[in-house]
Design a protein around this ligand. Structure first.
Ligand code: PEP
Ligand code: MG
Length: 890
């Protein structure tokens, strides 16, 4: 026979904490607490399987249920020496829901069940406290009336208010037994009016109606919505817990409270919570009376901490707190009741906490010997570290939402609105905090992005230029805020009828994508020693290396500070936008002949060499992957007449010829146009200059420091082996030339990005010419999905909302499509070359779920923007632990 009912308490515990799927979280933990000797009022749990059965069988219970409930109830009666429905010594019970995972406030609870016109008299006599008995009865009618019978709770409140007004009292506690009787008469009338039937007097009928209501609440709209939001399957069902009542409302030696075993916002190891004397659970939440603090240490003047008011019960609670933490090995969120100075535990579960608390608790518990380092590593969500590395909005600060876009780069920033990069730089130099607002950004805006405290764009997705660059710089960014219209001419932006002009202040929250009017107060990040400690532990267990995507010395230094083990992607084009260089770059592109290009390139060579020298110095001895020029040329084209004239002058040609050339070079879909190694094939002298700069810099640093860097030269957007062969030969030729000039040789690697489907599918051929592969999953996602990186931001959020895609594939690697190609390429590549080095440098390299995927495919490293390096280190450690773990200390 199926066991549908599990008893707990009074020495008869049929459940355990690990039975939460069957008993729900609350039921499983009540049984667990009772079995480790904690004071839990006896009761029983009706399993989640009954809920499933109920919904699968036209709202019918299994036939054996009634008998099993009866037997379990008899056991409770015996344990507490009371009888359900008895007019002398009535047993009262609570009926509560309890799903596998907590769904706070979503389902229903009924307390004091078993009271009726006769048993209330018995309770009054047995307790010697008529006021308490009648108060409990009115509470029962109110909860049962609301939850089970569907009577509007306002009706009940109006009745109490009327009586209080009549008696001239403010607090509920000032009402007498006689007053409550009057309230109850009113309540019963309200029930009769609303339901057409009197309030049910039969305790057994009350019990089954309450059980039915809890099961019914599993399918209420609130619960359905909550499940949808949190991915909870409807099949899980809820359990129902029926438990002997203990009373926190029996007098001044009674209380009820909710607390955390540590501070859930800071993680500090102090008892944290609130309690109320002479009250029942719902009073603490309802906010009618002000709950008081637990410990003396946390009490403000005038407050009455439990430690002082109920020292014996408090001492017992402190003991329970220790037992619970030792047992569960995690911070607990508990509910308790004190009845006549005796403590009873009503619930425990792992407590929710902030990112900062999560970090501190994990490290502290490991030091206290409750958990080991591996467990501590698993306890912190890598993504939450973002919150610890950037300023965040003060949750208590008032704010006015203007609009919402994509959360493109975390952190919060306030500043005055400017609409151009030059203006941003100018105003920042004057000491102002600025927010750069653009329809979209281009590489030409880099200096303004750098000068700005935050960046807002109205177009573009999570891998748009603005998003990628902002993340790299650690600037907060909201991208693709389509609800905002930008008018450069009027120097104003508008959203929902609100107009903000240049010079007015806005605030961005890059973690949520929200944009606010005016300044919102912030909290600065505090990188405590715990952060470094956890990182150290993570580094011991991870297998994959973590590198950074970085090109400026500042980014490279930041990356080192966060623990990057090299550079996985240096996007050389980002080095070309300095005002000193852009002119030469434009001349190089616009030149119609090789000679003109070479002249321009020779002006660029010293800059590039200097850039690489600095990177090699900062990364002393660590691998540095430098990608040769990749972006669509149109990004560098001169736009204005003035710019065109400037280039024409530099090249010594006619302005009209330059205009024609600009037209020739213009592309409609630049992402798939003349870019990547196609440039290196068309204009070999570009890659030649870059390779020369790299080798000259490496030689210089080797001579200067005695530590030779190992450059890894990366060819972008390869689709055939032939492209790699040609460009590789150019690089090798340059290496030989520089080595001959310098009189020394250096080790170096030449590899390619795998960012086109054809490259992935022919990876075995390409691997023959490559020393390494780096998966460019931004472009790979774009080309596998046929989605434009820059334009998908307009509709991708709706796709995610409608569940057509589980996540934005530019944020979290799509394992089925893009991931399948990565896996194929990894296998095909390693099939040809066992030691082929594999890494990822798309934005996914900083996303915990994608990092987990990289571990399963066996990549050697992930590379991400500098500020995400700690996230990646922790995620890589968790991925390694998940896969069995490699202990690098062993
Ligand atoms: C990529 O495509 O994943 C990549 C890293 O290159 P980029 O974003 O510069 O195109
Ligand atoms: Mg790419």
């Amino acid at each position: 026979m199926t066991q549908w009912v599990y008893s707990f308490g009074a020495g008869h515990n049929e459940g355990r904490a690990d039975m939460r799927n069957l008993l729900g979280g609350k039921g499983a933990n009540l049984a667990e607490m009772a079995s480790i000797g904690l004071p839990v009022p006896p009761g029983f749990t009706i399993t989640t399987e009954v809920c499933t059965h109920y919904y699968e069988n036209g709202n019918q219970y299994p036939p054996e249920l009634a008998g099993q409930v009866k037997a379990a109830l008899a056991r409770v009666e015996q344990a507490v020496g009371l009888k359900f429905g008895d007019t002398e010594k009535p047993l009262l019970v609570s009926v509560r829901s309890g799903a596998r995972v907590s769904m706070p406030g979503m389902m229903d609870t009924v307390l004091n069940l078993g009271l009726n016109d006769a048993t209330v008299e018995g309770l009054a006599r047995a307790s010697g406290d008529p006021r308490f008995a009648w108060d409990s009865y009115r509470r029962f009618i109110q909860m049962f009336g609301g939850v089970v019978l569907g009577v509007d709770h306002h009706r009940f409140e109006e009745i109490i208010e009327a009586v209080k007004l009549d008696r001239g009292v403010i607090e509920d506690t000032a009402l007498t037994a006689e007053d409550w009787k009057e309230v109850i008469a009113g309540y019963k009338e309200a029930v009769q009016d609303a339901t057409g039937a009197p309030f049910p007097q039969d305790p057994e009928a009350q019990l089954w109606a309450a059980i039915g209501a809890v099961f019914g609440s599993w399918m209420n709209q609130r619960a359905i919505t909550y499940r949808k939001l949190h991915d909870i399957p409807a099949e899980w069902g809820t359990a129902v817990n029926v438990q002997a009542m203990v009373f926190g409302n029996m007098g001044e030696d009674c209380a009820t409270g909710v607390c955390f075993t540590r501070d859930p916002s800071t993680g500090e190891n102090v008892f944290y919570g609130e309690y109320l004397v002479n009250a029942q659970g719902e009073d603490v939440v309802a906010g009618i009376r002000t709950p008081q603090p637990m410990s003396k240490a946390r009490a403000k003047p005038g407050e009455k901490p439990m430690e002082e008011v109920m020292p014996a019960a408090y001492a017992e609670l402190v003991r329970v707190r220790e037992v619970l933490e030792k047992h569960y090995k995690d911070m607990q969120d508990i509910e308790f009741t004190v009845q006549q100075n005796r403590l009873y535990m009503l619930q425990t579960r792992n407590g929710k906490r902030t990112a900062a608390a999560s970090l501190k608790i994990a490290v502290d518990m490991c030091r206290e010997g409750l958990i080991d380092e591996r467990e501590a590593i698993k306890r912190v969500a890598p993504g939450s570290l973002d919150q610890l590395l950037h300023p965040t909005l003060d949750p208590k600060a008032p704010r006015k939402l203007l609009s919402k876009g994509l959360p493109a780069s975390p952190g919060a920033a306030s500043g005055i609105v400017v609409f151009s990069a030059d203006e941003a730089e100018l105003r920042a130099r004057e000491g102002e905090s600025v927010i750069l607002v653009r329809i979209e950004t281009s590489p030409e805006d880099i200096h303004g992005m750098h000068a700005a405290k935050g960046i807002l764009t109205t177009r573009g997705g999570m891998t748009s230029h603005a998003a990628v660059v902002a993340r790299g710089m650690g600037r907060p960014c909201v991208a693709g805020a389509g609800g905002i219209t930008v008018d450069y001419t009027a120097q104003a932006l508008s959203a929902g009828g609100h107009i903000i002009r240049a010079g007015e202040t806005i605030t961005l929250d890059g973690a949520t994508g929200e944009v606010f009017v005016g300044a919102v107060a912030m909290i600065e990040p505090q990188l405590s020693g715990d952060f470094a400690t956890l990182m150290e532990w993570a580094d011991k267990v991870r297998r994959m290396k973590v590198r950074a995507n970085a090109e400026t010395p500042l980014d490279a230094e930041t990356a080192r500070k966060f623990g990057a083990e090299g550079i996985g992607l240096c996007r050389t084009e980002h080095m070309f936008f300095d005002p000193e260089r852009i002119g030469a770059v434009r001349q190089m592109i616009m030149a119609e002949h090789e000679e003109g290009r070479r002249a321009a390139l020779s002006r660029l060579l010293p800059f590039q060499r200097q850039d690489f020298t600095e990177l090699f110095r900062i990364m002393a001895g660590l691998p540095v992957t430098i990608r040769l020029l990749d972006p669509p040329l149109h990004e560098f084209l001169p736009h204005t007449e003035e710019e065109i004239a400037e280039v024409a002058e530099g090249l010594g040609v006619e302005v009209a010829a330059m205009q024609r050339r600009a037209q020739d070079l213009a592309e409609a879909n630049p992402m798939l146009g003349h870019r990547g190694c196609r440039l290196g094939i068309s204009y070999p002298e570009i890659y030649e200059m870059q390779a020369r700069a790299i080798f000259e810099a490496a030689v210089a640093v080797a001579k200067e420091t005695g530590r030779a860097p190992v450059p890894e030269i990366m060819i972008p957007l390869v689709m055939t082996k032939r492209e790699l062969d040609i460009t590789r030969a150019e690089v090798e030729r340059m290496a030989e030339a520089v080595f001959a000039e310098a009189g020394m040789r250096l080790e170096y690697l030449v590899g390619t990005m795998i960012e086109l489907p054809r490259a992935a599918l022919t990876a075995n051929q390409i691997a023959e010419s490559a020393d390494f592969f780096s998966f460019g999953t931004n472009d790979l996602t774009q080309t596998v999905f046929g989605l434009s990186r820059d334009d998908a931001g307009k509709f991708l959020p709706a796709y995610v909302e409608k569940n057509i895609l589980p996540k934005d594939p530019f944020v979290s690697l799509d394992p089925d499509g893009v991931g399948a190609l990565v896996e194929i390429a990894a296998q095909k590549g390693r099939g040809v070359k066992n030691a082929l080095k594999l890494g990822i440098c798309g934005e996914h390299g900083g996303d915990p779920a994608s990092i987990q995927f990289c571990e399963t495919v066996g990549l050697d490293y992930v590379s991400c923007s500098p500020y995400r390096v700690p996230v990646a280190r922790l995620a890589a450690a968790q991925a390694a632990l998940h896969a069995g773990g490699v202990d690098r200390t062993a």
